[in-house]
Design a binder for this molecule. Structure first.
Ligand code: ZN
Ligand code: ZN
Ligand code: ZN
Length: 373
């Protein structure tokens, strides 16, 4: 079933449909074929998953966008102002051929299909339409990584919501509790503070903090532990938060914690301050990496500096060596360097920021210092 949890901004959606059509034309395809998922939500405002019955937005270059949807799924799209968006809705029932309906809604046979469309549908569409299939991802992500004003508002709202959860961390994170108990309470707080659900909760205490994608475990938080808390989820508009802060349970049990953490804090600050239009993604990565490497911790910073964020937690642009994409106003992404000392402790500081016309805005504004609980 399609899900509509946020306000529908008709003019923003119309503009996106137009831009998608233009981008498709420039890419030399005749139509975009978009199945339920983040791309469809971006274009018409309805979230949801793909199932064995085909739902597909056919977006022909220079033609009428057509939503082909099973009759029994149609009520889920009732909240979408399809008339105002200029989207025609074509329903089908079991026994009919939905792939032929998509073919009838487009002209030409060069189609670009959503990256996450199930192979079941991709292959049947290919057989019905013939011609040449390619991925729509490279076309849509050119749009999605440049956020419009309503998207930036939603990301700001998400950032404020997750900041409120971090502000309450002393309620949840205490010596003697397991990581899992702490994570369960944090997940509830993520909802209480304005998200539709918790998408992920990482509680990495002590040596578990040295594993960047550790989730939680039965480990009991001890006095002196450094604890990495990386949390996020979507707000009603569908846009995600993602923020990491580091806590220490009293005086740290390792004597290198304060100095090493100061290096990480300096690296994260320098990388955020380097953000402005024209600077490339890999330059931002290099700023953080250089500070950490110069202090002798280069081998312990084992991942890229950041990822774009929006309707998906991880999307373009990636802040990584080799990505020469210049930042533009409206590009939103994480800045999250880390230092991971295997078997001992680890730390990561993560803010979501957006490049603005003249610099940078951070959506996360909790203090960056190691927080003593
Ligand atoms: Zn990640
Ligand atoms: Zn994160
Ligand atoms: Zn992240």
């Amino acid at each position: 079933m399609a899900t509509i949890t946020g306000p529908i901004d008709v003019s923003a959606l119309r503009a996106r449909l137009d831009r998608a059509s233009t981008a498709a034309e420039q890419a030399g395809v005749d139509a975009l074929l978009i199945s339920p998922g983040s791309d469809l939500r971006y274009l018409i405002g309805a979230g949801g998953d793909s199932f064995e019955r085909l739902t597909c937005l056919a977006l022909p270059v220079g033609g009428t966008p057509t939503l082909v949807v099973p009759k029994l799924e149609q009520p889920g799209y009732a909240g979408i102002p399809t008339d105002e968006l200029g989207v025609e809705v074509v329903t089908w029932v079991d026994g009919e051929d939905p792939y032929a309906l998509v073919k009838a809604a487009i002209k030409g046979d060069r189609t670009a299909v959503a990256d996450m469309m199930p192979a079941l549908h991709t292959i049947k569409l290919g057989n019905a339409i013939g011609g040449q299939q390619s991925l729509a991802g490279p076309i849509i992500r050119e749009l999605r990584m440049r956020k419009d004003a309503s998207e930036i508002d939603a990301l700001r709202k998400a950032g404020q919501a997750i900041d409120r959860v971090h502000a309450r961390m002393g309620e949840f994170l205490r010596v003697g509790r397991t990581e899992r108990e702490v994570a369960k309470d944090i997940a509830a707080a993520i909802v209480e503070e304005g998200h539709t659900h918790a998408d992920f909760v990482i509680v990495g205490s002590g040596p578990n903090g040295a594993s960047p994608h550790h989730r939680d475990s039965d480990r009991v938080v001890e006095a002196g532990d450094v604890v990495v808390i990386d949390i996020g989820g979507p707000v009603a508009e569908g846009y995600n938060s993602d923020s990491t802060r580091v806590y220490v349970m009293g005086e740290p049990k390792h004597d290198d914690v304060w100095d090493t953490y100061a290096v990480l804090q300096a690296a994260q600050k320098a990388a955020v301050e380097a953000v402005q239009p024209g600077v490339t993604c890999e330059q931002i990565d290099a700023v953080a990496r250089t500070v950490i490497a110069d202090a002798g911790f280069g081998e312990f910073f084992v991942h890229r500096t950041g990822h774009g964020i929006g309707l998906d937690v991880h999307e373009e642009p990636y802040i990584v060596s080799g990505n020469a994409l210049p930042l533009e106003a409206g590009m939103a992404f994480s800045v999250e360097p880390g230092i991971y000392l295997p078997g001992r402790w680890g730390a990561r500081i993560e803010d979501i920021v957006v490049a603005t016309e003249n610099g940078v805005e951070s959506f996360n504004n909790r203090p960056h210092e190691l927080v003593v609980l």
